[in-house]
Design a protein around this ligand. Structure first.
Ligand code: DC
Length: 222
């Protein structure tokens, strides 16, 4: 199977690049962050704090979470309901970052991710894909960009959706999320030694995607 693993912090452009790669190579894109977002949403719906490990452990193994592909787009279903839109809300980012630190949550999500990756050619993006989920992936990348550039991208995204934006608040949130994601005890965000570092601050997603595609084509003789 062709497995392309992309890690990086929030706003580094991973998902835009991964989507382009999936489309151009006609392979699957698995957005692993969306899965943690759905876990956060579920805890909140149950009235459980994402920081309450025991509370989270009480439901995580039985979570009814499904990732489906409809017309080439990933949809996330929670208890049979399509939550693809609601997991994108800004407040859900913090829930996902909080809930993703618990070992039982990670074990459950990683099992689902490995299962998908073992059955089809795919590109996965997340925080722990290169080091933990697919340590044997042939293509590994770590995408990054300055926190300021990432905050600006997030503001543009929210503006496009007609949501109110406050650049300083978003920059603070990004820095906080980077800190949380890279300081947790289990599978913290870090560049794998064998992943190629790509700084996307000043190059377009299209250029990054094309660069990765070329590498894959060469590696696979496509
Ligand atoms: O990529 P994202 O912003 O949708 O991810 C939301 C949160 O989920 C992120 O702050 C940390 C967590 N996450 C993770 O721990 N491991 C992954 N593979 C993907 C996301």
């Amino acid at each position: 199977m062709i497995n392309i693993a992309i890690d990086g912090p929030a706003g580094s452009g991973k998902s835009t690049v991964a989507k382009l790669i999936a489309k151009k190579l006609n392979i699957l894109y698995l957005d692993t962050g969306a899965m943690y977002r759905a876990c956060g949403l579920k805890a909140t719906a149950l009235g459980i704090s994402c920081n309450d490990e025991q509370g989270v452990n009480s439901f995580i193994n039985g979570i009814d979470l499904q990732v489906k592909y409809e017309n080439g787009t990933q949809h996330v279903y929670l208890d049979g309901e399509d939550v693809s839109e609601s997991i994108r809300k800004n407040e859900v980012s913090k829930m996902a970052s909080d809930i993703s630190k618990w070992p039982m949550v990670r074990a459950k999500m990683v099992q689902m991710q490995r299962d998908v990756a073992s059955k089809q050619h795919c590109v996965l993006d997340g925080r722990d894909i290169c080091m933990y989920v697919l340590p044997n992936a042939k293509y590994k990348f770590f995408m990054t960009a300055s926190a300021e550039v990432r905050a600006q991208r997030r503001c543009n995204e929210l503006e496009q959706k007609g949501q109110a934006v406050d650049y300083d608040a978003i920059l603070k949130e990004i820095n906080q999320r980077d800190y949380n994601d890279s300081h947790r005890a289990h599978s913290p965000l870090a560049k794998a030694p064998d992943a190629e570092l790509l700084d996307t601050s000043y190059i377009s997603a299209e250029e990054v995607a094309n660069y990765i595609i070329e590498k894959v084509k060469k590696g696979e003789n496509l």
